[in-house]
Ligand binder design. Structure first.
Ligand code: FES
Length: 276
């Protein structure tokens, strides 16, 4: 069993859980994920690792209440236990000295990108972060993002497509200044829809764009095929070949979006959440 040692509500329906899992903490790298099961009858759910502490043997992840399992997770408190907590899974994100890196975040990515931002900072990249949130109340982690980014652009205060437009507009302005104010790499951890749009925006200028894809997963070891996607004309499994992929090579955006919607139940759609 894996005890919960911390639970913080970062924003309405957005939670950070800290779990005692020393083996996972020792091996975790930026961009990797865990799969957990709350109780023996629960479903397996993947979460991107948002932080870890090797000395204390703890691992953090952030989630948004959108379905039955995340609602159940939100009720857990310090001292409760998870039946299973497997990881770290997936390949670590690529991190090197690139120069100027633009990162684009929304939802759980606002926290889950933190380890990647820290690693990019350690490699002395200049970082511009665009963060999208529906309103100020649901913008969290701002202080850390500010500390890790040289420039922080907030796309806050609009909903749905308009919210996405304010994010793409911010990126458009940066792209229009390229190559005078050069962008060497874009890294996105946000909605599928937005990652797809971002990849198309950066394609003409050939700016390497990495996207973090989290399709439905079951075993997390490349055996079940649930997370299959097509990248560069080849079958790939997000759990073992990803979750980070070159956005210009992903050719199954439609399939990814359709599959995500397949498992969105009425309760999710009624809350106005996009299944993409
Ligand atoms: Fe089963 Fe990736 S989750 S192959």
């Amino acid at each position: 069993m894996y005890p919960i040692v911390g639970h913080e509500e970062l924003a309405p329906k957005v939670h950070r859980l800290t779990v005692k899992a020393p083996v996972v903490a020792e091996k975790a790298r930026p961009g990797q994920f865990v799969i957990l099961i709350i109780d023996p009858k629960g479903e397996r759910v993947p979460f991107t690792i948002s932080g870890w502490n090797v000395e204390e043997g703890t691992v953090d992840f952030v989630f948004i209440e959108v379905g039955n399992t995340t609602r159940q997770l939100a009720t857990l408190r310090e001292g409760d236990q998870l039946a299973t907590f497997v990881g770290p899974l997936g390949r670590p994100a690529e991190v090197d000295h690139y120069g100027h890196v633009v990162t684009i975040l929304s939802g759980y990515g606002i926290a889950a990108m933190s380890p990647i931002l820290k690693a990019l900072k350690e490699k002395e990249n200049r970082i511009t972060t665009i963060v999208q949130a529906p309103d100020r109340e649901r913008l969290f982690n701002e202080d850390e993002l500010r500390a890790l980014s040289d420039d922080l652009i907030l796309a806050v205060g609009t909903r749905g497509e308009h919210m996405m437009e304010s994010t793409t507009l911010a990126l458009r302005k940066l792209l229009d200044r390229h190559p005078r104010h050069r962008i060497d790499r874009v890294v996105a951890m946000c909605s599928l829809c937005l990652m797809r749009v971002i990849s198309e925006m950066t394609r003409p200028q050939g700016i390497k764009t990495m996207v973090h894809l989290t399709p439905v997963m079951v075993d997390g070891t490349g055996m079940c095929g649930a997370c299959r996607l097509s990248v560069g004309g080849a079958n790939r499994f997000a759990c073992v070949h990803g979750p980070e992929f070159d956005g210009h090579e992903v050719d199954s955006w439609e399939v990814l979006m359709a599959r995500r919607c397949t498992y969105a139940d009425e309760s999710i759609l009624q809350q106005g959440f996009q299944c993409r």
